[in-house]
Ligand binder design. Structure first.
Ligand SMILES: Nc1ncnc2c1ncn2[C@@H]1O[C@H](COP(=O)(O)OP(=O)(O)OP(=O)(O)O)[C@@H](O)[C@H]1O
Length: 291
């Protein structure tokens, strides 16, 4: 396993439990991390990169315990795109990449080729002379991604790389991550379920610091089998009454009729027909079910 966590717990100020006994195994490929705002995704990624110390539990990276003595070696093996990648606004894209090489102690003779290759991968070669302040939000994310992959680290950890990126670029970023993951481990945190659907083999779902699910996409879909139904209503009043009792994921109106996708669990309703859930619907199911 490339990354392993065992019963990982993080408390902030002894009050907020950001991670609660989270055990995960991550190998080569794209591993998705899905969760609402505040579910603990960034905390987990910061612990894996050794930027944050856990309150309890264990982390192993490439077989090394994430203890102080191994931190420098672990950092060298991880490329990280943080949620907020900011930089000196008057630096050009090229200068940012040079600066990153300097921080890493990259030999001068190797820098040019490394920077060229990384900028090419994120489609920024034509913008290398632009200042950071002149870049769009999506371009800034791509600079962040370029610096993270530049030294081909065995582990790439990316915190919402597709946030604020237009659909075409989002597709490019997904393709880049999929290609990179052919022989590296990529941990991909996102709010966008489609990102996971198109790139990941496995995923984890966090909610309020708790690990609700970890496994293959198919297994998550399987959990929602027989729980989600398409329900038809002839009047608005009928639909409103239903909405009081069941979790409605989506609905469409057509005149007085309404069709809804809802979590009905095992209830036997005459107006409900079994429905094959999408990943997004299965995700809603596991984040709302209470056992
Ligand atoms: N430095 C901090 N001090 C106190 N509480 C914090 C700190 N950082 C995060 N938290 C809290 O820990 C919890 C998890 O936060 P975290 O940023 O890890 O979630 P997230 O899933 O990354 O959220 P988002 O999707 O909004 O980025 C939240 O309740 C958050 O308010």
């Amino acid at each position: 396993m490339v990354i392993q966590t065992l019963e990982l717990t993080k408390k902030y100020n002894r009050k907020v439990t950001a991670l609660n006994h989270v055990s995960l195994s991550i190998d080569t490929g794209v591993f998705g991390l899905l969760g609402k705002n505040g579910s603990g995704k960034t905390t987990l990624m910061r612990i894996l990169t050794t930027l944050l110390t856990p309150t309890d539990g264990k982390v192993s990276i490439l077989g090394m315990d994430a203890v102080k003595a191994n931190q420098e070696e672990i950092k060298r093996n991880i490329g990280y795109l943080p949620q907020e990648f900011g930089f000196y606004k008057d630096f050009t894209v090229y200068e940012i990449m040079q600066y990153m090489c300097f921080l890493r102690g990259t030999e001068k003779a190797m820098q040019k080729a490394l920077i060229h290759d990384a900028l090419e991968q994120v489609n920024l070669l034509d913008h290398s002379k632009k200042k950071y302040k002149q870049l769009s939000g999506g371009m800034k994310r791509r600079v962040g991604l370029a610096q993270a992959i530049m030294h081909s680290p065995p582990i790439l950890i990316v915190d919402e790389p597709t946030a604020g990126v237009d659909p075409e670029e989002r597709i490019n970023i997904r393709k880049l991550l999929s290609t990179y993951a052919e022989n590296h481990a990529v941990l991909f945190s996102t709010h966008i379920v489609e990102d996971i659907e198109y790139t990941c083999n496995k995923l984890a779902v966090l909610d309020g610091g708790n690990l609700l699910f970890t496994g293959a996409l198919d297994e998550l879909l399987h959990l929602a089998d027989g729980k989600i139904y398409e329900c038809a209503f002839d009047s608005l009043a009928e639909f409103q009454e239903f909405e009081q009792k069941y979790k409605v994921i989506s609905f469409k109106r057509d005149g007085s009729k309404t069709k809804a996708i809802a979590i009905v669990e095992s209830a036997k309703l005459t107006n409900a027909t079994p429905y094959r859930p999408s990943l997004e619907e299965a995700y809603v199911y596991i984040t709302t079910r209470r056992e």
